[in-house]
Write a protein that binds this ligand. Structure first.
Ligand SMILES: Cc1cc2nc3c(=O)[nH]c(=O)nc-3n(C[C@H](O)[C@H](O)[C@H](O)COP(=O)(O)OP(=O)(O)OC[C@H]3O[C@@H](n4cnc5c(N)ncnc54)[C@H](O)[C@@H]3O)c2cc1C
Length: 388
């Protein structure tokens, strides 16, 4: 039977990540999901092996790999039946610090992150009253001497309970006082342990997937001025800069999911005998699996195109967005086909299909919803009028 995914230039890297992932089998992920727990042992092993420091330059203790390689790490986790959503934040959050942080900030945090002593798993952007309309966010950070005082609220902030540091976007100049609405926001690195004792509270949001995500409230939280990343007022641009990596890495996770669903579906279709023959002999069963495979292979091309452009330092907003769109669509279609192929058994926890079905659905909504990608393509690539 054909290998899924097809062997590529990253085979050695894939084998190494697979070897680690094999230690965390289906029973492990089922147990974590049922307990609504955090895959601490898995994330610990991944960190110790250095994979979560793939994008950190060697001078700070990381492996200095490209986005293509980092994306293969994420893909392999999902392809193994696991869920990289428990730890993918560190891969892309760290980019904000790396690109816009001062030398002192990089020296202070990056070696600790690379060595596994510190986790930078969280990024706080989304707010309950403004959602996707980020420039309208209401959380403020007001400078008072050598501190910024933060007040406001965030929602859907992931992995905060399993992180030491968080990237925070807050408004430092009121909207009415800036020329462009994208100006006047700033990015801070927040020490979560200090913050929890000094004005930040966290309320978990029970949700459809086993994803540790929270409401966060800031009540006069003081953040040292030295924790401002880059220039005051330029934070929105810094966050946007990081989104191409985020979208491409998520696309790779979707690829891992899609290939997992296709492999699972084709195996089951070959084994399950009904009406005296394998169900996979029926074209009504095999065609949807073939269709999902074609869509997945096509999406994978865009994912690697986005990686190559990112790694070459070229602008890749369009490719990163389109890769995320195509990959999330392909994985969701593959999930649906896999569930259908399994019939009733697809609903049983022991097959893992229903768990990964829930997990992969998230990527049509977060970190950016499908409509917002359509709108990006319509306006920025096709020159259609702005809709908002
Ligand atoms: C499990 C989970 C984890 C998350 N983790 C994080 C995190 O760690 N940090 C963080 O900052 N955020 C996080 N998010 C938030 C996520 O990025 C947002 O949910 C997502 O960007 C959509 O925003 P919203 O939920 O406010 O939807 P809204 O902005 O309220 O939009 C709702 C729907 O309307 C559509 N819509 C809105 N405006 C338009 C328009 N003009 N044209 C067409 N359609 C439109 C959207 O596409 C969407 O489908 C997470 C979300 C989830 C569910």
């Amino acid at each position: 039977m054909k290998e899924i995914p097809t062997p590529d230039a990253h085979q050695e890297l894939r084998e190494a990540v697979r070897a680690l992932c094999r230690r965390f089998d289906s029973a492990y992920w089922q147990q974590v999901d049922e307990a609504r727990g955090y895959p601490e042992a898995f994330v610990g092993a991944l960190t110790q092996a250095g994979w979560l420091a793939a994008l950190i330059p060697q001078e700070y203790g990381g492996s200095g790999l490209g986005l293509a390689e980092a994306s293969v790490v994420m893909e392999e986790i999902n392809l193994s039946g696991g869920n990289a959503g428990s730890c993918h934040g560190q891969m892309y959050n760290m980019g904000t610090l790396l690109r816009h942080g001062s030398k002192e900030q990089k020296r202070k945090y990056l070696p600790g992150i690379a060595g596994g002593k510190l986790r930078l798993q969280s990024m706080a952007v989304t707010e309950p009253t403004t959602g996707t309309d980020t420039t309208q966010l209401k959380t403020t950070a007001v400078k008072k001497g050598d501190r910024y005082v933060v007040n406001g609220q965030k929602v859907w902030i992931s992995r905060i309970q399993h992180s030491d540091l968080m990237i925070l976007l807050a408004r430092t100049t009121p909207l009415a006082e800036v020329k462009r609405k994208s100006e006047g926001m700033s990015v801070f690195i927040v020490d979560l342990h200090q913050a929890l004792a000094n004005g930040m509270t966290v309320r978990p949001i029970p949700n459809m997937v086993n994803h540790e995500t929270n409401e966060v409230f800031f009540d006069h939280l003081e953040v040292p001025a030295e924790n401002l990343i880059g220039e005051e007022g330029q934070g929105f641009r810094y966050i946007l800069d990081g989104l191409n990596a985020e979208r491409t890495l998520i696309a790779a996770e979707c690829m891992g999911d899609a290939y997992w669903f296709i492999d699972k579906a084709r195996r089951y279709a070959g084994e399950r005998v009904v009406f005296g023959r394998p169900i996979g002999r029926n074209q009504g069963v095999q065609f949807p699996i073939a269709d999902a495979y074609i869509e997945t292979e096509a999406a994978n091309l865009m994912r690697f195109k986005a990686c190559a452009m990112f790694d070459a330092g070229q602008p890749c907003g369009a490719e990163a967005n389109m890769a995320k769109y195509l990959a999330a669509k392909a994985s969701w279609e593959a999930a649906n086909v896999c569930l259908q192929t399994h019939g009733g058994f697809g609903f049983a926890h022991e097959y893992d299909v229903e768990r990964k079905f829930r997990e992969t659905r998230l990527y049509q909504v977060a970190p950016i919803s499908t409509n917002l990608i359509y709108s990006y393509v319509a306006e920025h690539l096709l020159g259609l009028p702005r809709s908002f």
